[in-house]
Design a protein around this ligand. Structure first.
Ligand code: NAD
Length: 292
C-alpha cells in the first residue's frame, strides 16, 4: 500500500480520496478549504500542502486550472517531495503546461504523469472514472494500481501531455453532445411532445449518448442528475468553458476544423458571461427551453 499526499479535495477530489482510503492506502489530504479536507474519513488532514507532500510515495493533485497546478507544483510539491516520489496530476489543464511541468519535475529528479479523468462526480464517488494518462511507461506502471482504485478504465495515451490532449478532445465531444440533447428536449417541448417519450426512444436509438442516458439535462427524465437538483454541479459550466477554451487553442495551433466545437465554446461563453459559471454545464438547456 502506498503513502499518498492528495491536494485539491473538491467535487472530484473528495470521492477520489475516499476510494484511495477504501483501497487501504495511507492518504494525507490538503485543500485550501479545510472543511472539504475534513470530510474524508480515514484520511489525515494535513495542515499545509507541504505537510501533505512530505513522506508521500505518490503525490496526487485535483485542482481547478493550469496556473494553479503550476503554482502548487513549483511552490509546494517540487521543493518538499521525497526523493523518488511519483506525481500524478488529475486536473484538466492545457497540454503545454502539462509538458513543461513534467520536464521541470524530471529536472528535479521526479517522474510526473498527467492523468485527467472523465466520468464526473458520480464516477469519482463510485470509483468508476476513466483515466487518460500521459508520461513515461515506468511512471504509468507505478501509477496504474493507484489509479485502478479510483477508476474503471486506465489508458496510457502516450508521452507527457497526451492525457490532457485526449481529455480536451473528449470534453469537446461531450459539450457538443450535451447541447444536442438539450436542443432535442427543447424542440420536443415546443412540439408539445412528452420528454419522457423522447428519452425512452432516444436512449435506445441512434440519439443515445452519455449526456442523455447518464446525465440527462431535462428534470424528471432519466436517472437523477444535476437537473433534478436545480443544476447544482456536478461539472460546472465554468469548467466546461475552460476545457473548450483549451480545445479551441489546440485546434487553432493544429489547424483542426472544429466548427461545432467552436459553437459549443460560444454557447458556454455566453453562459459564463451571464454569470452562470457556477451552474452545472447541463443547465445550458434552460436557455434553450426559455426557463430560469
Ligand atoms: P472544484 O473546484 O470542486 O475543486 C478544486 C479544489 O481545489 C477546491 O476544493 C479548491 O479549494 C482546491 N484548491 C484550489 N487551489 C488550491 C491550492 N492552491 N491548494 C489546495 N487546494 C486548492 O473542482 P472539481 O469539479 O473537483 O474539478 C477539479 C478538476 O477536475 C478540474 O481541473 C476539472 O476541470 C476536472 N474535472 C472535473 C469534473 C467534474 O465533473 N467536476 C470532471 C472531469 C474533470
Amino acid at each position: 500500500m502506498a503513502t499518498i499526499g492528495f491536494i485539491g479535495i473538491g467535487n472530484m477530489g473528495a470521492g477520489m480520496a475516499r476510494n484511495l482510503v477504501r483501497a487501504g492506502h495511507e492518504v494525507a489530504v490538503f485543500d485550501l478549504d479545510t472543511e472539504k479536507a475534513r470530510g474524508i474519513e480515514g484520511a489525515t488532514v494535513a495542515a499545509s500542502g507541504e505537510d501533505a507532500v512530505k513522506g508521500a510515495d505518490i503525490v496526487l493533485s485535483m485542482l481547478p486550472a493550469g496556473p494553479i497546478v503550476a503554482s502548487v507544483y513549483r511552490k509546494t510539491i517540487f521543493p518538499n517531495a521525497e526523493s523518488g516520489a511519483l506525481f500524478i496530476d488529475c486536473s484538466t489543464i492545457d497540454v503545454a503546461t502539462a509538458r513543461i511541468l513534467a520536464e521541470e519535475a524530471q529536472g528535479h529528479g521526479f517522474a510526473m504523469l498527467d492523468a485527467p479523468v472523465s466520468g464526473g462526480v458520480a464516477g469519482a464517488d463510485a470509483g468508476t472514472l476513466a483515466f487518460m494518462v500521459g508520461g513515461s511507461g515506468d511512471g504509468f506502471a507505478r501509477a496504474e494500481p493507484i489509479l485502478d482504485a479510483m477508476g474503471a478504465k486506465v489508458v496510457h495515451c502516450g508521452d507527457a501531455g497526451a492525457g490532457q490532449g485526449i481529455k480536451i478532445c473528449n470534453n469537446m465531444m461531450l459539450a457538443i453532445q450535451m447541447i444536442s440533447v438539450a436542443e432535442g428536449f427543447a424542440l420536443a417541448e415546443k412540439l408539445g411532445l412528452d420528454p419522457q417519450k423522447l428519452f425512452d426512444v432516444s436512449s435506445a436509438a441512434s440519439g443515445q449518448c452519455w449526456s442523455l442516458t447518464t446525465y440527462s439535462p431535462m428534470p424528471g427524465v432519466g436517472p437523477t442528475t444535476s437537473a433534478d437538483n436545480d443544476y447544482k454541479p456536478g461539472f460546472a459550466a465554468g469548467l466546461m468553458h475552460k476545457d473548450l477554451g483549451l480545445a479551441m487553442e489546440a485546434a487553432q495551433a493544429s489547424g483542426a476544423d472544429v466548427a461545432f466545437g467552436r459553437a459549443a465554446f460560444d454557447a458556454y461563453d455566453a453562459m459564463v458571461e451571464a454569470g452562470e459559471a457556477g451552474v452545472d454545464f447541463s443547465g445550458i438547456i434552460r436557455g434553450k427551453r426559455g426557463v430560469a
